[in-house]
Design a protein around this ligand. Structure first.
Ligand code: CA2
Length: 139
């Protein structure tokens, strides 16, 4: 399948701080892990990262008619973005939500996810492996 993997704000800073929460590996390692997992599972994958909500809305809109599925870690926008929720609803592309950490075991404000309202599945607390599980969902 043709899959779009979207990573939200600050995930490009992985490995620099908070290794106890997000692990020691950097963002380049995460992208390499996603690419090799996708190849093993026979998916064609496009990776996108942005720190800007509007750019994430734009890439979701441009996925319409192009991608069969979306894997998204909206990062902090998980808990705030009606715009990303609406974009996912607008394109109607099956979406799996991923979080490196277990957002249900952290601060109260992280427990609510707008994207969960449209996601087929939410995977959290598995670190990098969560992305592989999301790719497996589409396999
Ligand atoms: O657990 C996740 O994957 C999150 O989506 C990560 C977000 C956070 O806002 C969500 O609540 C849960 C944070 C992205 C990365 O933040 C960093 C912070 C410090 C150092 C490196 C990355």
């Amino acid at each position: 399948m043709k899959l779009l993997v979207i990573n939200g704000p600050n995930l490009n800073m992985l490995g620099i701080r908070e290794p106890d929460i997000y692990g020691k590996q950097d963002f380049a390692s995460l992208e390499a892990y996603i690419r090799s997992s996708a190849e093993e599972l026979g998916h064609a994958v496009t990776l996108f990262q942005s720190n800007h909500e509007g750019e994430i809305v734009d890439i979701i809109q441009s996925a319409y008619g192009v991608f069969d599925g979306i894997v998204i870690n909206p990062a902090a926008y998980t808990h705030t973005s009606v715009a990303i929720l609406d974009a996912l609803k607008a394109v109607g592309i099956p979406t799996v939500e991923v979080h490196l950490s277990d957002i249900n075991e952290r601060e109260e404000f992280r427990k609510f996810s707008y994207v969960s309202m449209v996601a087929k599945k939410t995977i959290c607390g598995l670190g990098f492996e969560g992305y592989r599980k999301a790719l497996e969902y589409f396999a």
